[in-house]
Design a protein. Structure first.
Length: 206
């Protein structure tokens, strides 16, 4: 899908549109959301929307990009600085327990929620893949067939965990997943990443 500019100006207007997108996604199906809905609730004019995005799908891509880029995995590593698993285990619980991370996770669960759309799955897949490559310090040209398959497997697993998270929180609406639950899930994903995708000869840094 066409990608919107990620370095455009007037972030306050963009952020209002992004926040509005997530709010509307809690209320209705993605395909029921219109540009008019976005600009009215975000209190921006239509020209502002079309200055930054060609269509709603591009706003959705940007919104998902921003949430994926705030992942604890990227905060602890990134740019090829792959942290040691034990180091990451110590810090991920603290990261996941923050209000900001709970908000981020809540938004990402909407990708597997009742109002989702294949466009959102595709945007998540593309952004998560780019994020994992960044953590590993790889470019798309570096990816062989084995790593390509493992990346798809891990992204599918993350989507599965988001779905499970959503179901468990719905079943236990007064007792959401604990930080320990979240840490265990996140650490397992990271372990798979280190075990299967780290290039031969590379060592995690402490």
């Amino acid at each position: 899908m066409p990608r919107p500019r990620l370095d455009c100006d007037t972030p306050s207007a963009i952020q209002r549109m992004i926040d509005t997108f997530w709010q509307l996604l809690t209320e209705r199906n993605y395909r029921s959301i219109t540009v008019t809905d976005i600009v009215r609730r975000a209190n921006v004019n239509r020209n502002s929307f079309y200055y930054h995005f060609n269509k709603l799908d591009e706003l959705a891509y940007r919104a998902i990009h921003d949430e994926v880029s705030r992942s604890p995995l990227l905060q602890s590593g990134g740019a090829g600085n792959v942290p040691d698993l034990q180091h990451w285990r110590r810090h991920v619980g603290e990261l996941i327990s923050t209000d900001e991370e709970r908000k981020r996770t809540g938004r990402l669960t909407m990708i597997v929620g009742p109002h989702t759309d294949p466009v959102l799955y595709s945007a998540f897949h593309d952004n998560e893949r780019e994020a994992l490559l960044l953590v590993l310090g790889l470019t798309p040209e570096d990816v062989d067939s084995r790593t390509d398959l493992m990346l798809d497997f891990i992204i599918g697993g993350i989507l599965g965990m988001l779905n499970r998270w959503l179901q468990m929180n719905e079943d236990r609406d007064t007792s959401p997943l604990t930080d320990d639950d979240a840490t265990a899930l996140a650490v397992r994903v990271y372990a798979l990443l280190l075990e299967n995708c780290l290039p031969t000869g590379r060592k995690a840094v402490r």
